[in-house]
Design a protein around this ligand. Structure first.
Ligand code: AMP
Ligand code: ZN
Length: 465
């Protein structure tokens, strides 16, 4: 039975979707004013593991991820500049160009990390009509008020369950305690649904609305897009933990005020990647991209392996030493897999099913990937099983790990091209004649072409690197 920690109840709950075998999943996507940093990517890796665990449990998953390409302000208090326009000034390109550029960069990062793409990508700027319609619904139900010259706001005092997700202490929240107060806000927790363009200035991204020209607030985007693509009640909604007190709290207030009933059954949040105990933020100095890791010679999957080493609800401290350790562990695992491929033995033991169960128990216990990884190594070391059986287990586990183990095995299984086979044969012949200089040259040549050769008691062995 799959158990997931639900932020709503602060408990691990047995997972049961609304519709028998279909899971509707919404994950808050990036704000595309810059590259994603590896902290952001940790959250997307967690969500990918969640999705893979659902698939392994025989659910089909309808996954929607949005792109926030307008509306996210630099401060959660509805003050500050809008991030896309700000980036446009910084980079001297249009907000539209930037959105497209950073969306592509983000999608490329996901691909490099073996993150399965969502069924639906949706952009906030493609859903302005839906967002306006939702604000109109809220207006009809008297949840809104206008602050002239600023925007349309949601009156949080009208929504009785406001702050339940974050267990906010509304009474204790003095004005300005959580967020600095916008002049004219009735309650400190009120938030913008629609912001007006500044008078006398034209924004790059702005639209007509019944209240005036402007742009949508960040929270209404996710309510509108998730409801458009998944309906007005769905199973799981995810994001990083920073989304609990404001973004997701406000999404619930909007959506449940409109539908009049519970909107999402399970809320799941990934803990932060931290660096020297400080938060990694796009605006901070601790800004490391996936590309920066690649430039230093790491592979994207080294980072994926690193993230799998921590449970998603624990903080994960990033350091180069820790990343090196993950890189080495992942290389050792690959080496073992390639050795298994070369030394084919079959031996079925009782532990085969036990490993399968232990892995499933770990992933189904709120995605306990550190325990699942320990099981991977237990399989590697289990000599009561043949290499064939161990590979079978590892390939099966990889449906969740997403490390490309099946592809690795397949690449080892492809026969060598005649040219490479010739080099290997020549090398074997050179060794027989004790011509070690020649055999060394051939080893180097083979390595250049992606083949690593080792000499063992039963002759030379090769693997693709
Ligand atoms: P953003 O592009 O800023 O909207 O953030 C994208 C996702 O990354 C959100 O789900 C955030 O909650 C998450 N996030 C932001 N910072 C971190 C971090 N340091 N570690 C893990 N996730 C983060
Ligand atoms: Zn969102």
């Amino acid at each position: 039975m799959l158990k997931l920690f639900n932020t709503l109840s602060r408990k691990k709950e047995s997972f049961k979707p609304i519709t028998d075998k279909l899971v509707k999943l919404y994950t808050c996507g990036p704000t595309v004013y810059n590259y994603a940093h590896i902290g952001n990517l940790r959250t997307y890796i967690f969500e990918d593991v969640l999705k893979r665990v659902l698939l392994v449990n025989d659910f089909s998953v309808q996954h929607v991820m949005n792109i926030t390409d307008v509306g996210h302000l630099t401060s959660d208090a509805d003050t500050g500049e809008e991030k896309m326009e700000l980036a446009s000034k910084r980079e001297g390109k249009s907000a539209w160009q930037l959105a497209e550029f950073y969306t592509k960069a983000f999608q490329k990062d996901l691909g490099r990390l073996s993150i399965l793409p969502p069924n639906v990508w949706c952009k906030a700027t493609d859903h302005i009509k839906e967002q306006i319609a939702l604000v109109q619904e809220l207006e009809k139900k008297r949840y809104t008020y206008v602050i002239p010259g600023d925007g349309v706001y949601y009156d949080t005092s009208k929504f009785k369950k406001y702050g339940k997700l974050a267990k906010l202490d509304i009474e204790g929240l003095k004005a300005g305690a959580r967020v600095e107060l916008v002049e004219g806000k009735r309650n400190p927790t009120d938030f913008a649904l629609w912001k007006f363009s500044p008078t006398g200035a034209k924004r790059q991204m702005e639209w007509e609305s019944p209240w005036g020209v402007g742009f949508p607030g960040w929270h209404i985007e996710c309510s509108a897009m998730s409801m458009t693509h998944l309906g007005d009640k769905f199973d799981i909604h995810c994001g990083g933990i920073d989304h609990i007190p404001v973004h997701h709290t406000n999404e619930i207030a909007q959506s449940e005020a409109v539908t009049g009933r519970k909107w999402v059954n399970y809320w799941m949040h990934g803990e932060f990647l931290v660096i020297d105990q400080g938060k990694m933020a796009k605006s901070g100095e601790n800004f490391i991209t996936l590309q920066a890791l690649l430039d230093k010679g790491y592979h994207a999957l080294d980072y994926r392996y690193f993230c799998l080493g921590a449970q998603y609800r624990s903080k994960l401290n990033f350091s180069w030493e820790a990343l090196d350790a993950a890189k080495n562990a992942w290389r050792n695992l690959r080496d073992r897999i390639m050795d298994f491929r070369q030394n084919h033995t079959t031996k079925m033991g009782a532990s085969f099913e036990k490993h399968k169960e232990a892995f499933l128990d770990a992933i189904n216990d709120d995605l306990n990937m550190p325990v699942a990884l320990a099981e991977v190594w237990a399989v590697v070391k289990d000599e009561t099983l043949g290499t064939h059986e161990r590979l079978q287990l590892l390939e099966d586990f990889d449906r969740v790990l997403g490390l490309g183990i099946a592809q690795l095995v397949a690449s080892q299984s492809q026969p060598l091209s005649p040219g490479l086979q010739q080099l290997l044969d020549d090398r074997a012949a050179a060794r027989k004649l004790k011509d070690f200089k020649r055999s060394d040259e051939l080893r180097k040549e083979l390595l250049k072409q992606g083949i690593h050769v080792e000499d063992g008691p039963d002759g030379q062995r090769w693997k693709r690197v």
